[in-house]
Design a binder for this molecule. Structure first.
Ligand code: NAD
Length: 346
């Protein structure tokens, strides 16, 4: 899998031309389609050779029903064969769904990801996981399949709502914490109110390198790749708790607060530097939605943690840090420490 950062229009045009004889099928986020399809059709000469399938980018679109609709569309169009190409243009909903549909159609045909959200650029479009939700469970059905190419074009970020920018940014901070101090400092320096595509692309490239490396050394997520789960054990429990209270959180907000909680555990268990915990805590308080919790909520949050699918032998599983860049996967924490972390953070 190659990631292409420059000459977006030329690269997309060339890829479409290369596959045109066997059919090129574009699955695109409906919002991106309405914002940019005219411009893309205008500037990419080969665009008109493609069939286009717009998808509403909501979590409920990541379903087997949507995959079936895509498979039917590929069949009905008549031209899709095993050598056809599917191009997924959108955020993680589209890259997960489109990647899944492509990797299963005729036992797998090639696909290209064109991520249009910050989160998809640094995370969802990279690393080879595709999937749909099933029986109320996230990403329950899916495949490991690498895109043929990923085309990164930060121009897409200019229309992305600020809340979605902050969602992706939480994952960028995570890469800083699990890799090194200088990347973490560079990430804190990105001006989110006034995104400068040249500045952010440097950090995005570093983040992608980390994800590619972890996906290469531990494709099936049993060991080092679990570094990417840093912040996510608390995050998933907070997301589930807030959804049950009918005050849903965005994933990025949950990850931001989840990282603060897991840094607290890292301080307790491994002597992680307290000043880095404080820096993140202030940053998250200033920039992400506050979650109003009281001690009476902790049992429910803990209950959600005990059902996390990352747990091993019913023990709640965390990725913790000894220092910035020194991660320890498959760690546990006592119930007392988990409650103490919640009390400190909220
Ligand atoms: N496969 C993986 O490894 C992986 C990793 C992380 C997340 N995910 C998945 O990614 C999904 C979340 O993806 P996401 O956060 O990228 O967002 P998304 O696909 O849900 O899109 C978020 C919103 O942004 C809009 N949007 C997208 N691009 C835009 C643009 N350029 N301008 C304006 N609006 C735009 C969409 O229409 C939507 O309203 C989740 O389903 C999650 O499970 C997958």
């Amino acid at each position: 899998m190659r990631i292409l950062y420059s000459d977006f229009r030329k690269n997309l045009n060339d890829i479409i031309d290369q596959y045109a004889d066997n059919g090129v099928f574009i699955i695109i986020d409906k919002t991106v389609h309405s914002l940019m399809a005219a411009e893309l059709a205008d500037k990419i000469a080969s665009w008109r050779k493609c069939a286009v399938f717009p998808v509403e980018a909501v979590e409920s679109s990541k379903s087997i029903d949507s995959a079936i609709k895509i498979w039917q569309w590929l069949e009905e169009n008549g031209r899709a064969n095993r050598k056809s190409l599917i191009i997924n243009i959108g955020g993680g909903v589209v890259t997960d769904l489109g990647g899944f549909a492509a990797s299963t159609f005729k036992r797998g045909c090639s696909f290209v990801n064109v991520p249009t959200t910050l989160l998809a650029m640094v995370d969802a479009a990279i690393g080879g996981k595709t999937g749909v939700n099933f029986c109320g469970l996230k990403n329950e059905i899916g495949t490991f399949a690498d895109p043929y190419r990923v085309l990164i074009n930060t121009d897409f970020l200019t229309t992305l709502p600020v809340a979605d920018i902050y969602d992706g940014y939480a994952e960028m901070l995570k890469y800083g914490f699990i890799s090194d101090k200088s990347l973490l400092d560079d990430t804190y320096c990105v001006d989110l109110q006034n995104i400068n595509c040249c500045d952010i692309i440097r950090v995005i490239k570093e983040d992608i390198k980390i994800k590619q490396h972890l996906a290469r050394v531990d494709r099936y997520d049993t060991n080092e790749r679990r570094a990417l789960n840093f912040g996510h054990t608390f995050a998933h429990a907070l997301e589930a708790f807030c959804a049950a209270q009918k005050h849903p959180l965005t994933h990025g907000t949950a990850v931001a607060w989840g990282m603060v909680c897991e840094l607290y555990l890292s301080v307790l268990q491994f002597g992680f530097p307290k000043d880095e915990l404080s820096r993140l805590h202030y940053f998250v308080k200033d920039n992400y939605k506050h979650i109003p919790l009281s001690c009476s909520d902790f049992d429910k949050i803990y209950g959600f943690m005990t059902r996390d699918k990352k747990n091993i032998s019913n023990v709640v599983n965390f990725t913790l840090l000894r220092d910035v860049g020194v991660f320890l996967c498959n760690q546990s924490a006592s119930k007392t420490d988990i409650y103490e972390a919640l009390e400190y953070v909220f």
